[in-house]
Design a protein around this ligand. Structure first.
Ligand code: BMA
Length: 320
């Protein structure tokens, strides 16, 4: 093993000072407006560890206001340098995969390969794009797992009963049912089936309009922890908050627990004032061997921010 692969990265983390279940980084936001000359706002984005560094796939809304995906990297998981040019995806036949628009990426590593999922414009309608990379240099577009409309596609970090498993949120675009999280399975990441409902919006207003999976689920002895966003409609537009659920390890369509109250809702200026006010939108979580968690979340469709929690704290509310 090369020397650099042995280095253990420290995830960004600050201790909780006020008894919260999820608490914010004191120096938020970590990415401000116009992070480089092409991106106006980088927000709902995914960060993973790779080759002794933190690498990110960023949602960058350009000055044409069309969102694309960008690669960036960081030594500390906080200060990122983001590329000026969007990621280019190639189809399996070697042709370029044309991107209409791309947003809200998630990244998960399974058996040495990184899989990227995002909301991909497909003939003007959103659905999930799925691509793979081993080195963050060459990106291969694998498939569009589901028909439009679909968003918030999130692969589990390992196969479940021998199959890849993906959460997603179909039935968008004015159809009913609206805003439910489903699970689907695939043996090859191309053909998907065994679709099953996991969770619907709930009576608590913060998650009554729609819900969507956030970072890829975190495996614990008690079940998969799913951090998700919940949405409510108000006279001033939609408000996005963060909650969590505990899903059965062998059959994640079974919900063991779910937060009645949000764990985080827009409160800070960088969450309540921006391009789209009142949005906290989590897309990634890093977990260390002490069970500490760093959540990367978009704030007000304008900034990237960090929040922290622990596996134990989340389980304490989810097992009640
Ligand atoms: C959702 C997605 C997110 C965005 C949110 C608030 O529908 O498009 O990317 O953060 O709306 O605008």
């Amino acid at each position: 093993m090369k020397q650099e692969e042995k280095k253990t990265l420290q995830i960004p983390y600050e201790e909780c000072t006020d008894g919260s279940i999820i608490w914010r980084y004191s120096k938020n936001p970590i990415i401000g407006r116009n992070p480089n000359e092409t991106i106006a706002r980088a927000f709902n984005s995914a960060v993973v560890e790779f080759n002794s560094k933190f690498v990110g796939i960023f949602r960058g809304d350009t000055k044409s206001t069309i969102p694309y995906l960008y690669y960036g990297e960081s030594e500390d998981g906080i200060n990122f340098k983001i590329n000026k040019d969007p990621i280019v995806f190639y189809n399996v036949d070697g042709s370029k995969h044309e991107i209409e628009y791309a947003y809200d990426p998630r990244v998960v590593k399974i058996d040495g390969t990184f899989y990227i999922m995002w909301c991909n414009g497909s003939n003007g309608a959103p659905t999930i794009g799925l691509a793979e990379t081993k080195d963050f240099k060459k990106y291969t577009f694998i498939s569009s797992p589901f028909l439009p409309f679909n968003r918030n596609g999130v692969l589990f970090p390992k196969k479940i009963n021998g199959e890849f498993a993906m959460l997603s949120r179909p039935s968008d675009g004015g159809h009913t049912p609206f805003g439910d999280i489903f699970i689907s399975y695939s043996k090859d990441l191309v053909y998907w089936g065994k679709h099953k409902l996991v969770m619907k919006p709930s009576w608590q207003w913060w998650q009554s309009t729609k819900i969507g999976a956030g970072p890829f689920p975190i495996e614990t002895k008690e079940g998969w922890i799913l951090i998700y966003h919940g949405v409510t409609k108000t006279c001033a537009g939609m408000v996005y908050s963060i909650g969590a659920a505990l899903l059965d390890l062998n059959d994640p369509s079974k919900v063991i627990g779910r937060t009645d109250n949000y764990l985080m809702t827009p409160e800070m200026e960088y969450e309540t004032i921006g391009f789209v006010p009142n949005v906290v939108f989590p897309c990634a979580a890093l977990v260390d061997n002490k069970g500490r968690i760093a959540i990367y979340y978009g704030a007000a469709d304008t900034y990237l921010s960090l929040a922290f929690t622990t596996v134990d704290k989340l389980l304490s509310v989810l097992k009640k």
